[in-house]
Ligand binder design. Structure first.
Ligand code: MN
Length: 192
């Protein structure tokens, strides 16, 4: 199938100053667009031409996998950001308590994983078959669907995600990320 750019649930300048319009112009407008274009070019007239993104991510290797996963990961990342963060829903707080001990411990562990991932990649909050939550770090285009896990949240720690706004200060970007997360979107994913 032909893959297309997702519609964002907010304006390009809506996340300022935590995430600038310039970052969105490059990150969403150029990086994501390139992954989508590459994926369409690489899958044209191949067995993957009619496959969904998820099917490609589960089966493909090399450049087809990389561009499909980068497309999926970015859509998943952007669609869970919001300029007006809702309070953490009680049901999610309880899930964090039972899997990590407390909401604070979850945040500390996730922040540590995001700050500590060497090079480019993604840090995920995932749910397993028994509804247990855990944090996993994936280098490059890594995606937990490959491991049979259900992603709930992700932070992009490729330098292109933060270099315009925060230069080399990844920790400041992660701090801003916490204030942009749409908890209601996470709850929706958690209940699926
Ligand atoms: Mn990115």
């Amino acid at each position: 199938m032909k893959h297309s750019m997702p519609r964002l649930p907010y304006a390009m300048d809506a996340l300022e100053p935590k995430m600038s319009k310039e970052t969105m112009d490059y990150h969403y407008g150029k990086h994501l667009q390139t992954y989508v274009d590459n994926l369409n070019r690489l899958t044209e007239n191949t067995p993957y031409e009619e496959s969904t993104l998820e099917e490609i991510i589960r089966k493909a290797e090399g450049p087809v996998f990389n561009n499909a996963a980068q497309t999926w990961n970015h859509i998943f990342f952007f669609e869970a950001l919001t300029p007006s963060q809702p309070p953490l829903p009680e049901e999610l707080a309880e899930a964090f308590n039972s899997s990590f001990g407390s909401v604070e411990i979850f945040k500390e562990q996730f922040t540590k994983a995001a700050a500590g991932l060497f090079g480019s990649g993604w840090v995920w909050l995932v749910k397993d078959m028994e509804n247990r939550l855990s944090i996993i770090s994936e280098p490059n285009a890594g995606n937990p669907l490959r491991k049979g896990l259900a992603p709930l949240m992700v932070v992009d720690v490729w330098e292109h995600a933060y270099y315009i706004d925060y230069r080399n200060r990844r920790a400041d970007y992660i701090k801003a990320f916490w204030e942009l997360i749409d908890w209601n979107k996470l709850l929706e994913r958690y209940k699926q």
